[in-house]
Design a protein around this ligand. Structure first.
Ligand code: PMP
Length: 410
């Protein structure tokens, strides 16, 4: 298969210094992008510049550096707003990542709206980050957690979903895209159905923000969360988007500096959005670095990235299917560039170890989706996940490396 010539993947690779290195004396082939993505030089430079020239705590300074960085922090918020097409910048809360964002919503929304006997719906595809916070809420509030089953292709069973909704359902929380299987869920339909019952929907966008155009107003989701490190940005950054009407009503889940308007020992009043949800010194360096990453994605073009990645997915699926005894897990009709698989008789960990020795970085294990692995009756998979800088050559290398793995263990 030929590489799409209008997409200059070698120029893109030049922007990511980490890709240009050898591991175990082999050129690095980084196929672990669902776990974390690498950073372009512009992001590295931006973070470096802040520490070298601009660092100062934001929001409460009277001096030049503090004011300058405060402005850039708020510009970063505006950049995120544009990227996800939120209506208002005050609907964008900076967090440390997806896990932080989901915990914040489960706690805060849960405090306000979930009572004994109420129900939360999740799906069989979820990452632990979208399971455990709801279990903790269930314990706190004596609530119920319902799980929508999936089929053997790794798709949500829509009939079961619709039947599961009841007058007790208070929120539906699901992954936009599955990290283990790559399934793109039909979130528009899911949200439409939920809204017919006036139930809000939280989308875990950890695996969608970097792969396709995200428009929170078009999807009409009530909450959308993601991590900066999955979209070529710094580690320890993330976003909690929420519709203003929810965020206004929900109580802060953390209290302290920045999130207050006035404090006396008798009474404290809270700040307005978004600061109400940003207690303490925020990771302003990370937030500004994340905005730089979003600019890089915009410059490259999310549609062009999506086309490139789907070409890689097609090629990889076709090549891996040629390997006898290899089973692909996750065969949904609509998928992003994630391939989970097992080779008969070879433990996923052994496959991953041998690939590593050939310079190929993949992830093995349950990918923080143990219930999903249980559905398939397996312990884990080998997962290759492709990003904007991967090439068709790397997929061919993976294919040949897997043939060697098979040979070694036969
Ligand atoms: N949800 C999904 C679908 C994910 O892929 C991940 C990261 N593997 C998370 C949640 C958690 O993200 P983080 O560890 O960045 O908080």
């Amino acid at each position: 298969m030929n590489q799409d010539v209008s997409y200059d993947v070698s120029a893109i690779r030049q922007d990511f210094p980490i890709l240009n290195q050898y591991v175990h004396n082999k050129p690095l082939s980084y196929l672990d992008n669902a776990a974390t993505t690498q950073k372009p030089q512009t992001v590295i430079d931006r973070v470096h510049k802040i520490y070298a020239r601009q660092n100062s705590n934001i929001h409460r300074g009277v001096h030049f550096l503090s004011n300058q960085l405060t402005e850039e922090y708020e510009q970063a918020r505006e950049q995120v707003r544009q990227f996800i097409n939120a209506k208002h910048a005050r609907e964008v809360i900076f967090t440390s990542g997806t896990t932080h964002s989901i915990n914040a919503i489960a706690y805060s929304f849960g405090e306000k709206y979930i009572h004994e006997g109420d129900e939360v719906i999740i799906t069989g595809l979820e990452h632990h980050a979208n399971i455990v916070p709801w279990q903790a809420l269930r314990e706190r509030k004596n609530a119920r957690l319902k799980v929508v089953p999936i089929n053997d292709r790794g798709e949500i069973q829509m009939d079961a979903y619709e039947r599961m909704i009841s007058s007790k359902t208070k929120i539906i929380a699901l992954s936009h895209i599955s990290n283990s299987l790559g399934t793109i869920n039909d979130v528009k339909r899911i949200i439409e159905v939920a809204h017919q019952h006036n139930i809000p929907v939280l989308l875990d966008g950890a695996q969608s923000i970097q792969h396709q155009q995200v428009d929170v107003q078009d999807m009409d989701c009530d909450f959308y969360v993601f991590s900066g490190h999955k979209v070529y940005g710094p580690n320890g950054t993330g976003v909690l988007y929420g519709k203003e009407k929810w965020l206004e009503e929900m109580p802060p889940y953390q209290t302290g500096g920045e999130m207050i308007q006035k404090v006396t020992f008798d009474k404290t009043t809270y700040n307005e959005l978004p600061l109400k949800f940003e207690a303490g010194t925020p990771n302003y360096v990370g937030a500004i670095g994340m905005a730089e990453a979003l600019r890089y994605v915009e410059k490259t073009g999310i549609q062009a990235i999506a086309r490139h990645e789907s070409q890689m997915l097609r090629h990889a699926t076709q090549k891996l299917q040629e390997i006898p005894g290899l089973t692909i897990y996750g065969t949904a009709e609509r998928k992003i560039s994630v391939l989970s698989f097992l080779i008969d008789g070879i433990h996923h960990y052994d496959t991953g170890m041998v690939l590593d020795k050939m310079g190929i970085a993949v992830r093995t294990g349950h990918h923080c989706t143990e219930p999903l692995m249980n559905h398939f009756g397996i312990e884990g998979t080998v997962r290759a996940s492709f990003a904007m800088y991967n090439t068709l050559d790397e997929i061919d290398q993976l294919y040949h490396a897997l043939l060697k793995v098979k040979q070694m263990f036969s």
